[in-house]
Design a protein around this ligand. Structure first.
Ligand code: HSE
Length: 402
């Protein structure tokens, strides 16, 4: 029997309790013994919950109970969650987390702490919600040098972009709909400005390349600047606008990582990933492209990944999980300026001006476009080359083409 404490009874925490209870028999079979929730820590009261007898408000009860082997951290944020995770690991308890902010900012030190205490720190649910991605990356793809990872890593922004593309909603209308449906938070900053996707690409980079990548090292652009005009122009040439988190292997052990809206060709499977779904393509130098797809957020999908980590620990509490990475360094992450790609440009200019500046371009059209609006795709070039050519032009939108 493995006894578990859940920290935070919000969407994910309550989903973890529900999955552990609903699927208890199969889970016991796969874990080699029953997994039981002993405590749930939350500042709120839940008198009607089927787990009402488990609630505590004082973390030290969990910390000091030798029966608790696994602590599930579903609090979120990097303050209280950091304190409780640190204390749990020091108390010799393994910690399972869905908290991408904490892993992206303090993953290296927490993994070190887990190792020093002979326990595990697992966080499959922190990237891609219910999609198995971290375990496949470090286990099934272990034979590869990872050339690059490209992912739709945020469900809220993918939902907003899908509604703009399919229903013609403006960004503000689509955001409100996402909030009304419970996908987007009241304060949607972390999602729409790309911070959530940034944290996830940091975690993927660290696992793929073995060194901590901090969110502040990763250039991040969200989707607030994407307009219906851009969506229409992209559609006219067979592309969809998607917010992508990307990381690439660079010479001398460096990493290029960034988050930005891209035009994705409809022939690329990522273009067909809609609504709150996430998808991640990993390119290995032996395997080629491998794609992972599924629900990137939500109560039970995220709980599915959390509970799988708990089962892994219950099965073999002392195993080396192979998920350690090294410390970060200031010069680890290089900018994406050297990456060559085609570019989508929308500018207040004439098409003649665009041709004069950029040479061979693919002009784009949409109904209702103002007279002095030029939208076009360029030939492949780097950002500095493009910026040189566009000097003096009033740019409205500028996205890479994948
Ligand atoms: N806010 C996140 C998203 C939740 O929309 O993808 C899952 O990390």
């Amino acid at each position: 029997m493995t006894k578990v404490a859940i920290l935070g009874f919000g969407t994910v925490g309550s989903g973890v309790a529900e999955v552990l209870s609903k699927n208890s028999q199969g889970i016991a079979r796969r874990a080699g013994g029953e997994i039981q929730v002993k405590y749930i820590l939350d500042v709120r009261d839940f008198p009607d919950s089927p787990f009402k007898d488990c609630f505590v408000k004082d973390f030290s009860i969990i910390e000091n109970d030798p029966e608790v082997e696994v602590v599930v951290e579903t609090i979120g944020g990097a303050k209280v969650a950091l304190e409780f995770t640190t204390r749990a690991l020091k108390a010799g308890k393994s910690v399972v987390s869905s908290n991408k902010e904490l892993v992206a900012t303090h993953g290296y030190e927490l993994l070190q702490l887990a190792k020093a205490n002979g326990v595990s720190y697992l966080f499959e649910a922190s990237v891609g919600g219910g999609i198995p991605i971290l375990h496949p990356l470090i286990n099934c793809l272990a034979a590869n040098e990872v050339e690059q990872i490209t992912g739709i890593l945020n469900g809220t922004t993918n939902y907003i972009l899908t509604r703009m593309i399919k229903a013609g909603l403006t960004f503000d209308q689509a955001l409100k709909e996402a909030q009304d449906n419970g996908y987007a938070e009241k304060d949607p900053t972390a999602d729409v400005d790309g911070h959530d996707a940034c944290r996830k690409i940091c975690i993927l980079s660290a696992l793929a390349y073995g060194q901590h990548v901090y969110p502040q090292q990763v250039p991040t652009q969200g989707i607030r600047g994407v307009t219906l005009a851009d969506v229409a122009y992209a559609d006219s040439c067979g592309y969809k606008i998607k917010l992508l988190g990307r990381c690439l292997r660079e010479p001398e052990g460096k990493v290029c990582a960034f988050v930005a809206p891209h035009l994705v060709s409809c022939e690329n499977p990522l273009a067909g990933v809609e609504d709150v779904f996430n998808a991640i393509t990993v390119t290995g130098n032996a395997v080629g492209d491998v794609m992972f797809y599924g629900r990137g957020a939500g109560k039970l999908p995220t709980a599915s990944a959390v509970v799988a980590d708990v089962i892994e620990i219950a099965r073999d509490p002392k195993a080396d999980r192979g998920n350690q990475w090294g410390p970060g360094s200031e010069d680890l992450v290089v900018s994406d300026d050297h990456l060559t790609s085609r570019w989508y440009v929308r500018a207040n200019a004439s098409m003649d001006q665009a041709r004069l500046a950029c040479g061979e371009i693919l002009p784009l059209a949409r109904s209702g476009a103002p007279a002095r609006e030029a939208a076009f795709l360029t030939q492949p070039m780097t950002r500095p080359q493009l910026m040189d050519r566009l000097e003096g032009m009033e740019i409205c939108s500028l996205f890479r083409v994948l």
